[in-house]
Write a protein that binds this ligand. Structure first.
Ligand SMILES: [Zn+2]
Ligand SMILES: [Zn+2]
Ligand SMILES: [Zn+2]
Length: 175
């Protein structure tokens, strides 16, 4: 039995030690870019480096970042997601609400999805190097479905339920 002394190793540290994008961990250096780290900061030299870490390792952030990088366009067929209406571009609130309504309807079928090029083996809920942006591609639902079918010819396609639910829950703010 050991009496302490060993620092607790967090999941993030273990991951960073093995991450192909991060520099070797070293005392006083940013764990993402390797630059000198200000004393008041614990892991990163700047918010930017922290954000870059999350964008490459945490699914919900990585997914958004991948879509933004691909400009909301399917990497295989070039289909583009319907654009969310901007309130200031509408003369009246009524016009905006109507535009939002048809956008939401369109989004149900035109919504872009993000695929792991090397499958992530169910790592959606954890910090993982499977979410590196270079391993992600934005696909339209049809191309994603076709891709998934080539991966698992014998199984049912995974249900997009969870994602769809949270998306719907987030976008129902308007009457
Ligand atoms: Zn940095
Ligand atoms: Zn497509
Ligand atoms: Zn990584």
């Amino acid at each position: 039995m050991s009496l302490g002394g060993r620092p607790a190793v967090t999941k993030r540290e273990t991951l960073l030690a093995a991450c192909s994008l991060a520099p070797p961990l070293s005392e006083g250096a940013c764990a993402w870019c390797g630059a000198e780290r200000p004393d008041r900061r614990k892991t990163w030299c700047s918010d930017r480096c922290g954000d870059a870490f999350w964008a490459n390792h945490w699914w919900s952030v990585a997914r958004q970042s991948a879509k933004r990088r691909d400009r909301y366009r399917c990497r295989r067929c070039g289909t583009r997601a319907p654009k969310r209406p901007v309130e200031s571009a509408h003369k009246t609130r009524k016009a905006y609400v109507a535009a939002m309504r048809s956008w939401r309807k369109e989004k149900r079928t035109g919504r872009m999805e993000v695929n792991h090029i090397v499958p992530c083996a169910g790592a959606h809920g954890e910090l993982s190097c499977a979410h590196h942006l270079e391993n992600l591609e934005t696909l339209c639902p049809a191309c994603h479905k076709a891709h998934t079918a080539t991966l698992r010819p014998r199984k049912h396609a995974p249900q997009p339920g969870a994602e769809e639910l949270s998306g719907a829950a987030l976008s129902t703010g308007l009457p």
